[in-house]
Design a protein around this ligand. Structure first.
Ligand code: AHM
Ligand code: MG
Length: 335
């Protein structure tokens, strides 16, 4: 019989045997995983649960919220606020940080999440997900404030996502490589399916929203033009293109078989650094990709080195197979 390793066991071993994570962080990750299980339940029910469609509200970034965005946000808050392991949470769907109410004990961790990534795919039954990132509250700071969250991604102590696709799969790093766990619905638990995930250094597959082509900057145009030129072009090989429009699904594909993902700065709103959010999307995904041997930059610098100046900061994102990311970054004249 094949021995199944549950997420709980994996985390206990990370704590006890390898000493990678303290007990409180293990608990936190278990609670996040439990939240993902209930979000997965809601996603699965879809129309039968009466939870599809718009919520008629806007989030802090001026985007229309879906009912499921709000439900997923509430699930994560409710599951995480009482355990004593967190000081505060921040979410793509909330204007400001959520400090753990003082009726509960306060812990030393800060949790950030995009509760439902790929919102435009909810109603059309295409893969979506939850992305999360964990930081430690800086030592010696009294109480907790937004400033405590403004740490570069290199300070993360855990990061991951859960993709709700044909399978529900949780992908995690605590700084010791990347592990994947699929939800076994009969058992009700996440089971290890892959450890030491590795992204191939080279690829023939890129992911970008081509409808924005006319707005791109020169280095991005050059890169995509060269891919499109195929065997006859400077790259000497044919490329394939994929775009799910759910970052979780696109990154999951890259962690599984390689590739490169771009959501670059563009000329439509030059004052915006990009579409994706640094704290909830780019940082956790960049750390996962680096932990799997890939790379992640904003065209100019490593994403994990960016010092955030505000909670909902946006960033240009280029991540995936290392050689390809380095090539695109060099086209920006910075390598
Ligand atoms: P969301 O967090 O509101 O769902 O937005 C983020 C998503 C990413 O998952 C995805 O890569 C991108 O937006 C898709 O954007 P577009 O609709 O421009 O293709
Ligand atoms: Mg998102």
């Amino acid at each position: 019989m094949i021995k199944k390793i549950s997420l709980t066991r994996y985390l206990v071993e990370q704590q006890r045997v390898d000493g990678h994570i303290p007990g409180d962080l293990r608990l936190l990750l278990e609670v996040v995983a439990r939240s993902c299980k209930s979000i997965s339940q809601a996603v699965n029910k879809g129309d039968l649960g009466g939870i599809l469609g718009a919520a008629d509200t806007e989030n802090v970034q001026g985007e229309m919220q879906k009912q499921l965005d709000i439900i997923a946000n509430e699930v994560l808050i409710e599951a995480n606020e009482w355990g004593g392991h967190l000081a505060a949470m921040a979410s793509e769907e909330m204007d400001s940080i959520y400090v753990v109410p003082n009726r509960y004990p306060q812990g030393e961790y800060l949790l950030m999440f995009d509760p439902l990534d790929g919102s435009s795919n909810i109603d059309v039954n295409v893969s979506i997900g939850t992305i999360f990132s964990v930081l430690k509250k800086p030592e010696g700071s009294p109480g907790v404030s937004e400033a405590d969250f403004l740490q570069p991604g290199s300070q993360q102590v855990a990061a991951g996502y859960c993709v709700y696709g044909p399978q529900t799969t949780l992908v995690l790093t605590v700084g010791d490589g990347v592990a994947m766990f699929s939800l076994d619905r009969e058992q009700g638990s996440f089971v290890l399916i892959k450890e030491h995930v590795e992204i191939p250094l080279d690829t023939k597959e890129f992911a970008i929203n081509m409808s924005n082509m006319r707005h791109w900057d020169e280095p991005v145009k050059r890169y995509v033009d060269e891919c499109l030129a195929g065997k006859e072009g400077p790259r000497g090989k044919d490329f394939n293109m994929r775009w799910v429009a759910s970052m979780v699904a696109d990154v999951h594909r890259i962690l599984t078989r390689g590739g490169v993902f771009l959501y670059p700065w563009d000329k439509r709103e030059p004052q915006k650094a990009g579409k994706l959010r640094l704290m909830y999307e780019a940082n956790p995904m960049s750390w996962l990709v680096e932990q799997a041997g890939g790379a992640a930059t904003n065209g100019q610098q490593r994403i994990l080195d960016i010092k955030p100046t505000k909670l909902h900061e946006r960033v240009s994102v280029i991540l995936g197979s290392k050689n390809e990311v380095e090539r695109i970054t060099s086209y920006h004249g910075t390598l």
